[in-house]
Write a protein that binds this ligand. Sequence first.
Ligand code: SAQ
Ligand code: ZN
Length: 372
Amino acid sequence: MAQTSFELKAQDGQARTGVISTPRGDIRTPAFMPVGTAATVKGMMPESVRATGADILLGNTYHLMLRPGAERIDRLGGLHKFMNWDRPILTDSGGFQVMSLSDLRKLTEEGVTFKSHYDGSKHHLTPERSMEVQKLLGSDIVMAFDECPALPADRDRIAQSMRLSMRWAQRSRDAFGDRPGHMLFGIMQGGLESDLREESAKALTDIGFDGYAVGGLAVGEGQDAMFGCLDYAPGFLPEDKPRYLMGVGKPDDIVGAVKRGIDMMDCVLPSRSGRTGQAWTRRGQINIKNARHADDPRPIDEHCTCPACSSYSRAYLHHVFRSHEMISGMLLTWHNLHYFQEIMQGMRDAISEGRFDAWEADFHALRAEGDI
Ligand SMILES: O=c1[nH]cnc2cc3nc(NCc4cccs4)[nH]c3cc12
Ligand SMILES: [Zn+2]
């Protein structure tokens, strides 16, 4: 009995909408995953995250294995119980965070050794250990252990890195074993080289995964280069499996990725920028700390139904940000996550009704440049 499945409901151009079914609940695609790095979506209660419309959230293996520790979370009943979120959780495999966060890293065929950026303690991550950590956490969707090459990198470096990741993908698959009710996703690499991307997709497909991520993007290449890669890379992947673009992105990145066949995304942007006073809206961005909001009685967005827009003025939000009150980041995070989920729902409906192009045109038409 599979216990997990992906059903495509409709397609409009390259854009798709469907449902990933898991024992902990269904995930409506295209899906946006809020990031819950240290077992919390910062500033949000889990029930509030759910209220924004999220079906699944992301946990970071690197952070949780260092603090509080994967074995400790396992002893306490697993990540879902620990953080009071009973719906699906996808965990990344830790390699990317090691390379972007830790100190004194050493990369070998075996894996990576590194020092914790929290306390300097020494740690080792391999495909096998990453699978063990993600199993201890109890995540529903497990990511293969990969290496995302630092940019800029020449073609040879990208090819060598991709081929290492493919050997690690096989080791991840072997170590993951057969776990009904859980999914293992492979991660495509290959930089911006279409032949290397195709080689990676074939290697992953030959190994066989429950879903496929497009890795190695949203690492500073810029939207044009990212979309250029997405014009062909998703098409190298099996069309009956979910496609997950890691680390994306701004609202217009998200729309452009779905347009090109992506089904799942995650990004810290709505939560992280919310804590800094940046509100994302259908008409553009607002930095609420700007003095011009000090006397503005209007909500951030009069069409938005989130708690921030339903009950608070820009003047109030301006005040609580200027006063460094805790409620400031809470309200703006909630608004941003609500808005990101509203974009996803809008695309799911538009694809279902065969009007994605019209929806996309409307999405872009409303967006003014700069602060509104
Ligand atoms: O190839 C990848 N493999 C595994 N995890 C990733 C996470 C990723 N996150 C971003 N972009 C968002 C960022 C978050 C922090 C620095 S960039 N790009 C990413 C690429 C990968
Ligand atoms: Zn709102």
